[in-house]
Ligand binder design. Sequence first.
Ligand SMILES: Cc1cc2nc3c(=O)[nH]c(=O)nc-3n(C[C@H](O)[C@H](O)[C@H](O)COP(=O)(O)OP(=O)(O)OC[C@H]3O[C@@H](n4cnc5c(N)ncnc54)[C@H](O)[C@@H]3O)c2cc1C
Length: 484
Amino acid sequence: MTTPARARLLDALRAAVGADALLCRAEELFVYECDGLTHHAARPFAVVLPRTSDEVVEIVRACAKAGVPFVPRGAGTGLSGGAVALADGVVIECARMNRVLEIDPVDRVAVVQPGVVNADLSKVAAPHGLHFAPDPSSQLACTIGGNVAENSGGPHTLKYGSTTAHVLALELVLADGDRVRIGSRAGGEPGYDLVGAVVGGEGTLGVVTEATLRLTPLPEAVETLLGIFPDVVSACHAVGAVIRSGLVPAALEIVDRRTIEAVEASVYAAGLPLDAGAVLIAELDGPAVALPRQVERVRALCARAGATRIEVARDADERQRFWKARKGAFGAMGRLAPDLYVHDAVVPRSKLPEVLAEICAIGDRHGLRLSNVFHAGDGNLHPNISFDRRDADEMARVLAAGTEILELCVRAGGVISGEHGIGTEKQDFMPLLFSPDDLGAMRRLRDAFDPDHRSNPGKIFPTTRACVESNPKARGYERVSFDA
Ligand SMILES: Cc1cc2nc3c(=O)[nH]c(=O)nc-3n(C[C@H](O)[C@H](O)[C@H](O)COP(=O)(O)OP(=O)(O)OC[C@H]3O[C@@H](n4cnc5c(N)ncnc54)[C@H](O)[C@@H]3O)c2cc1C
């Protein structure tokens, strides 16, 4: 962009949102260079912080006029590079659009702006006996807009389903500035499932400016067990046994030894046993009368799978203690090394024991500090690698191990992301799962919403290099590059 064109765009953005909601100095832009995937960074042209849908329309129109791309952003907790502005783009930071517009306990619906923080919505809904079920471990910070765009999950996704099961309707500002409403408050709109396309669309189909969400009744009773196992593989066998028994737990989460050590040395310490190879957090919820029998069944199944001890939370405080350890695990990892690479892949549950064993072997082979904390009930793995990106050799080993882990999961019948999305992180792994024809079909869907690819370009679709490697005839894919 020429200097006068840059000045004109800044003027238009300032006119749209006001001077106090426009950031354009280098030191202001610095914090928007990356999300939770810190080794993929790119500085945006500017950041705007709208408060209303009307302001988003104005911003997007100004970008369209200048031919500049834009990137919707929530809290920036994403782990796949999704909220990073490539090609000198404008970041539309939705944090100030944080109003809960309506809670309707009869329809069990919430209408919210996209910047509402996930946990805040459940707090507002609680007096009505309701909550928003998707509960990412980042829920104290991440926003509904980010949850919708990534189709986020969480520990309780096992029973309640990921974000897509909880979105009824959306208001969306398209890349040309048109504002559209898709879906219906009543759910089940006939015709193509456009809401389903936008959920998980990673901000490539437009900016979500309002979401109508399904709220779920708070369960009458909750029981939380902590199974202590000699190793992660026996904990995985327990998960298989619980699912095979026909029980539908609310959550089945595994934390391995290395993670326990990091948690117990941190502010998230929860009294987890340091001699355990792994712990399984199993949560059951539902009618109070049904739970005691289910607790005994889970206890027996864990014992049979090799648990050395099983504790049942005596009260809400103890339950919170178990969950503090689980949800604080990523934060605790900050003690181990300056950087943390949180991987995300899914395998069929039946493959968990062998895949986990092989993932640990991959980490060891590359001489890396690899730990696991994951949504075991969903087969959704999070191998975490603690490292220092200033060490080029270690960085190369981290990337090589990551590639082997993804290839392993796909060979096991799994997929390359369970909840963190593709972003810039995994775009070049898409050909592991999809043929050029598959990717072409996805691209045509994207074209229908955003023919000029101005909404969050350079994400999801493989770079030219990866496509040409997998299919020499492939052309026209977006090109992105990073200094890894
Ligand atoms: C410690 C930690 C734990 C985590 N645990 C989980 C977990 O358990 N489960 C899980 O699923 N994820 C988890 N995550 C990943 C992350 O928190 C989720 O992906 C979350 O939904 C991102 O929300 P955000 O508001 O931070 O979005 P951002 O990171 O700001 O953006 C993420 C994507 O959403 C798009 N986007 C944001 N707002 C909008 C909008 N209004 N309209 C259109 N697109 C938009 C962006 O363009 C980007 O592509 C974790 C992350 C961290 C750091």
